[in-house]
Design a protein around this ligand. Structure first.
Ligand SMILES: C[S@@+](CC[C@H](N)C(=O)[O-])C[C@H]1O[C@@H](n2cnc3c(N)ncnc32)[C@H](O)[C@@H]1O
Length: 160
């Protein structure tokens, strides 16, 4: 299964981008051993519309356009479901074992994600109940993807 990230907001060159890339590279290298492949990061600019609802709707339209057909859609939202790392790894492994070919994990912009995406989403998960800036969320989910691969492959990176 190929896993991609969709992000509203671009990461400029700097420490956040370096760290996110470091974990995504590790994920890309280790993933094939457990039949997971890193697809890509799709970054879009935040909408410049004046109303928040319009901004979110426009951003959701860009996500819908880049979502591969039949892809599993996971939204990141602080109000989502809390999963520990083994549960996240199991979730990813379950979709892989069901034969899903694509998964997209979406990170919203300053306004969050549009309500229409919540109807389409397969799962909404949080990375803790505090609100993080999208740059840190990118790093956190990249690390959790790498960690999920190590859990699924029995690699000792994840220790309980
Ligand atoms: C700065 S936050 C936007 C918060 C926005 N005001 C809201 O109410 O959703 C940017 C994005 O980071 C992600 N995010 C921030 N904190 C998160 C958390 N604790 N768990 C999961 N995702 C989070 C979400 O995708 C969110 O849309």
């Amino acid at each position: 299964m190929r896993i991609g990230l969709f992000a509203v907001g671009r990461l400029k060159a700097g420490p956040e981008k370096e760290l996110a890339s470091r974990y995504l590279d590790r994920f890309a290298k280790a993933g094939p051993a457990v039949s997971l492949e890193f697809a890509r990061v799709t970054e879009v600019n935040e909408s410049r519309a004046s109303a928040a609802d319009t901004r979110k709707r426009e951003e959701a339209g860009l996500l819908e356009k880049s979502l591969p057909e039949g892809a599993v859609l996971i939204l990141l939202d602080e109000r989502g479901k809390a999963l520990d790392s083994p549960a996240f790894a199991s979730l990813v492994g379950r979709y892989r074992d069901q034969g899903k070919r694509e998964m997209m994990i979406a990170i919203g912009g300053a306004d969050g994600l549009d309500p229409v995406l919540y109807d389409r989403a397969d799962v909404v998960i949080n990375l803790g109940s505090m609100t993080w800036p999208h740059q840190l969320v990118r790093i956190l989910i990249a690390e959790q993807l790498y960690r999920a691969v190590t859990i699924l492959s029995g690699h000792p990176y994840h220790r309980v």
